[in-house]
Design a protein. Structure first.
Length: 218
């Protein structure tokens, strides 16, 4: 029996996890749709909606759920409203979500309140936290080793600083995780989101280097 599977994607990172599953469902004869929103729709992150649109044999619906600097509650509310309207129009048999970002929360809420089954990929993953200063220092070190990509590294650093806060901890000299002699506070970020930053950065640099190589050999 043919089913309609609706995938919700908000970042290039989660699309990378959902794409093989969507392809398998499509190849098995099921109808596959994507609701594309979040960072996919933002210029500063490379308009990665285009990567979803290139997937053959699926239907793509795009929705802008945020502007730069919008608070998380406003993004959540807008995503719930947009996804609700699309779900009620299409009535999928299953909604497929990934991870723990605000878009996945919105999708789960909409599916549950409309009595549509949902599947949550990596929903129970515990990613932990990491010191923001360590992440920024790593980006700075990589920028030194990869000259000519200052704009990409600057965007990555800004993305880290605007990421969701995982809390702040007070350090001390006896701390194993956050040692400090001056007792300064440490800003924590979620490891999974920081991993997305480095993944996207590697892809962007690779694409740029490939383009330069092609131009040099033209």
């Amino acid at each position: 029996m043919t089913r309609h599977l609706l995938f919700l994607t908000g970042t290039r990172a989660d699309f990378g996890k959902l794409e093989p599953l969507a392809a398998a469902a499509r190849d098995a004869g099921h109808r596959v749709s994507f609701f594309v929103t979040g960072m996919h729709m933002m210029d500063r992150y490379g308009l990665t909606r285009n990567e979803v649109a290139r997937m053959p044999g699926v239907t793509v619906h795009e929705f802008v759920n945020q502007a730069e600097g919008d608070p998380q509650d406003a993004v959540l509310a807008r995503t719930v409203t947009g996804f609700s309207g699309f779900l009620r129009q299409t009535r999928p048999d299953l909604v497929v979500l990934h991870g723990d970002r605000i878009e996945a929360l919105a999708g789960a809420l909409v599916a549950a309140t409309n009595y549509v089954r949902s599947a949550h990929v990596e929903g129970g993953e515990v990613s932990g936290t990491i010191d923001e200063a360590i992440v920024l220092a790593s980006i700075a070190g990589l920028a030194t080793a990869h000259a000519g990509n200052d704009d990409l590294f600057a965007d990555a650093a800004m993305r880290v600083q605007f990421a969701r806060s995982a809390g702040r901890v007070q350090t001390d000299a006896t701390s194993v995780l956050h040692p400090s002699r001056d007792g300064s506070a440490v800003q924590l970020r979620y490891r999974s989101e920081m991993a997305d930053v480095f993944t996207d950065l590697a892809i962007d640099i690779g694409l740029r280097d490939t383009g330069r190589l092609v131009e040099a050999n033209a």
